[in-house]
Design a protein around this ligand. Structure first.
Ligand code: GDP
Length: 202
């Protein structure tokens, strides 16, 4: 499964404004700085696929990228910007929650988790919410190439991932699938593409 071509289609401010051609889609969401742009670019093998969701407060949009004319990768606003005012953060939550609950062509939410650091409370909260609402999802662990550092708690990515899995166990009836990735080494790229192909043909 190789991505041949990806093109930006549109930014939508509400779920109702999203493309209506019925093609299946996968939504990428995660904490700001989790490595979403790097991962997206590694997936489509582009140096820089313009990401409109990068700037806090400016573009709280649902951004659709069409891949091979047959499915969408959707870039959602990040969460956990330290600099965002409280009311904006709440807005992002409402915004993305409506999309998660009402977008009928959404196949799976890819929740990005930084594997180079210990679990963050806000990531656990998002995972818990998705689990409670039975939104189909996949955990995508990012930055799995990073070596352990004292200031990161001295843990290897594999250890952080294991600890995260333990912490989220109670949130789900069945544990969601998960993939370890790196936008630097392209680890997990083929696995993600295969995973998406399998989910689309389901
Ligand atoms: P975004 O804010 O989620 O879009 O994150 P970016 O893709 O812009 O990455 C945030 C920072 O993490 C940048 O400094 C990247 O160079 C770094 N980064 C992103 N992905 C990886 C990765 O897979 N491995 C490593 N070592 N660093 C990464």
């Amino acid at each position: 499964a190789q991505v041949v071509q990806a093109e930006f289609i549109k930014s939508s401010v509400r779920t109702e404004d999203c493309p209506s051609d019925g093609l299946p889609e996968f939504a990428l969401v995660g904490r700001s700085n989790v490595g979403k742009s790097s991962l997206l670019n590694s997936l489509v093998r582009r140096k820089k696929l313009a990401l409109t969701s990068k700037k806090p407060g400016k573009t709280q949009c649902i951004n659709h990228f069409k891949v091979n004319d047959s499915w969408y990768l959707v870039d959602l606003p990040g969460y956990g910007y330290a600099s965002a005012p409280q009311e904006l953060r709440t807005d992002w939550n409402k915004f993305t929650k409506d999309y998660f609950l009402n977008r009928s062509t959404l196949v799976s939410v890819f929740l990005l988790i930084d594997a180079s650091i210990p679990a963050k409370k806000i990531d656990l909260e998002y995972a818990s919410w998705l689990g409670q609402n039975q939104v189909p999802m996949t955990f995508i662990f990012t930055k799995c190439d990073k070596r352990k550092k004292k200031r990161n708690g001295g843990k290897r990515p594999e250890e952080n991932v294991n600890e995260f899995q333990e912490l989220i166990r109670g949130f789900f009836e069945t544990a969601p699938p998960w993939i370890m990735t790196s936008g630097v080494t392209n680890q997990g790229r083929d696995e993600m593409l295969l995973h998406m192909a399998q989910l689309r043909n389901y």
